[in-house]
Design a protein around this ligand. Structure first.
Ligand SMILES: CC(C)(COP(=O)(O)OP(=O)(O)OC[C@H]1O[C@@H](n2cnc3c(N)ncnc32)[C@H](O)[C@@H]1OP(=O)(O)O)[C@@H](O)C(=O)NCCC(=O)NCCS
Length: 204
């Protein structure tokens, strides 16, 4: 792969938002992913370090936000499924990083417009899909998309300090620890990867 990876000119209709990796397919979240959302967000183990247990009506209300896409499709949530069987494992996302708010501000997720704030990567897998490397594979694929197909120059991430699985996913994908930052209304961990850093990793 060329070292000089330039973001291509893009628009939503021309852009392929179905992202394949070795074992997975990432596809834009749709209302049909309600089953997955319910499995994930009603499980206390899944939301232990991020979010909170939600009721079924609350999950249903959130679906209209969770299926939004912004920046010509560059940002939003993807379903992470098994490429061979189609089984849904979870979700991975590129979304505006909230600073003082305690949740994503979906009013910033607007078609045709890329928000000026930091864009964070996030992922939630159903419990039965943990421990197979799927989150790392999905995270790497989303970074490839972010740096090859979109104008993003940096992707950020934060997580609860005890969430070692999440830290491992990020470090394996190339993120590094930059101290702390204001996010989700508090001082949180600040992990980042720039396009240049990502490009260098592809050639090693
Ligand atoms: C975080 C999460 C997505 C990780 O998914 P996963 O597919 O199991 O992660 P991976 O299999 O890619 O694991 C990445 C690394 O972390 C390690 N790991 C996984 N779970 C771990 C745990 N509980 N404690 C310590 N390390 C762990 C894995 O061994 C792997 O390292 P290795 O390849 O060197 O063995 C999943 O646990 C999850 O959905 N958790 C709930 C939601 C959540 O916390 N999301 C993150 C919000 S910031």
């Amino acid at each position: 792969m060329s070292l000089e990876i330039k973001a291509r000119l893009f628009n939503h209709s021309a852009m392929n938002l179905d992202l394949h990796s070795h074992r997975l397919i990432l596809a834009p979240y749709t209302p049909e992913d309600l089953d997955l959302s319910l499995e994930i967000f009603t499980d206390p183990a899944v939301v232990k370090y991020a979010g909170e247990v939600m009721s079924e009506p609350a999950v249903k209300r959130k679906m209209s936000n969770w299926t939004k896409r912004g920046g010509d499709g560059c940002i939003g949530i993807w379903t992470v499924s098994d490429r061979r069987t189609g089984e849904k494992y979870g979700s991975a996302a590129l979304l505006p990083m909230p600073v003082e708010e305690d949740d994503t501000d979906y009013s910033l997720v607007i078609p045709g417009k890329m928000p000026k704030c930091d864009i964070e990567i996030g992922y939630f897998l159903k419990r039965s899909a943990w421990g197979f490397g799927y989150a790392t594979e999905a995270c790497r694929r989303l970074l490839q998309f972010a740096f090859q197909e979109t104008p993003l120059k940096e992707v950020v991430a934060t997580f609860h300090i005890e969430n070692l699985a999440s830290r491992n996913v990020l470090e394996k994908a190339g993120f590094t620890d930059r101290g702390t930052m204001r996010c989700y209304g508090k001082d949180g961990l600040n992990f980042r990867i720039t396009r240049d850093e990502w490009s260098k990793l592809q050639s090693t």
